[in-house]
Design a protein around this ligand. Structure first.
Ligand code: B30
Ligand code: ZN
Length: 277
């Protein structure tokens, strides 16, 4: 199997550093955000998201590629020219993909926590600094990536903006499968108010754990129904790895792709700031 890591068992988070040395660094993600200890930084202006509603897409409706990559559900937005500006970032960041982290139960799933509290789902919109040309070039630079984190909380009714993605996910049941989705508008999965967020310097939350991410976590959670969460929980994870509790990674029965979140990492003296007084 291509990955030498998993979320459980002998290749779980405590062992990631064996194959991927950066995972043992001092600028790792995710973290527990303690709002009362965060300082206000007036330089953290609102975000500007270019083309996130695809209004200036060059031709026709926007087609996104939804993939079950074996450790998450990821949506590639290549060719659509989505850009992120403002938000206290230097220069322009180009959007590469967005993906999700979720749990097996409703009290877990997000990677970041707020005062120790987790959400059932967290979305990451992954953007790379245009000045580095490609995400691959940007991935290991200290200011190479800007990831936008959005929490989701449970709602009684389906989130209408998640319906198209939910439908596409039903066609990527197994690891490696992908499906095109047309009616998914990324802007509608993000908070209306792009001016309220936390900011800190961190890392990729999966190996190689490069310390290259300027993290933004929005304060305003979005909504997801239990039914929609169950679609994510019914995806199957990469074969040859398992996420069961026995630590047996040679099982032939693929199990459900759940709990694809990394445990909280120490701050090591880092500052977390906030964009609002
Ligand atoms: S995250 O937002 O910190 N969770 C990557 C991007 C964002 C995050 C984590 C990782 C990333 O681009 N990783 C390198 C590429 N991956 C991509 C993949 O989709 O397949 C390769 C890999 O991990 O080894 Cu599995
Ligand atoms: Zn992520």
């Amino acid at each position: 199997s291509k990955h030498h890591w998993a979320y459980k068992g002998p290749e779980g988070p405590d062992s990631w550093h064996v194959h991927y040395k950066y995972c043992a660094g001092e600028r790792q993600s995710p973290i527990d955000i303690l709002p009362l200890t965060c300082e206000y930084d007036p330089g953290l202006e609102p975000f500007i998201l270019d083309n996130f509603d695809y209004t200036s897409a060059r031709t026709g409706p926007c087609v996104l590629n939804v993939t079950n990559n074996g450790h998450a559900a990821s949506v590639r937005v290549s060719g659509e020219d989505l850009r992120v500006r403002g938000g206290g970032l230097q220069g322009v960041y180009k959007t590469a993909e967005f993906h999700f982290h979720w749990g097996s139960t409703d009290d877990l799933g997000s990677e970041h926590a707020l005062d120790g509290i987790k959400f059932p789902l967290e979305m990451h919109v992954v953007n790379y600094a245009e000045k580095y040309g490609t995400i691959k070039q940007a991935m290991n630079k200290p200011d190479g990536l800007a990831v936008l984190g959005v929490f989701f909380q449970l709602s009684e009714v389906d989130n209408p903006n998640f319906v198209a993605l939910d439908e596409a996910l039903k066609h990527v049941h197994k690891a490696g499968e992908h499906n095109l989705v047309e009616q998914l508008v990324l802007r509608t999965l993000l908070p209306d108010d792009l001016s309220r967020y936390w900011r800190y310097n961190g890392s990729l939350t999966t190996p190689y754990c490069f310390e290259s991410v300027i993290w933004t976590v929005f304060t305003e959670p979005q909504k997801i129904s239990h039914t929609q969460l169950e679609t994510l929980r019914s995806l199957l994870h990469e074969e040859g790895h398992d996420m069961n509790d026995r630590g047996d990674h040679h099982t032939n029965t693929p199990s459900r792709l759940v709990d694809n979140w990394r445990p909280l990492q120490p701050l090591h003296g880092r500052k977390v700031t906030r964009s609002f007084p």
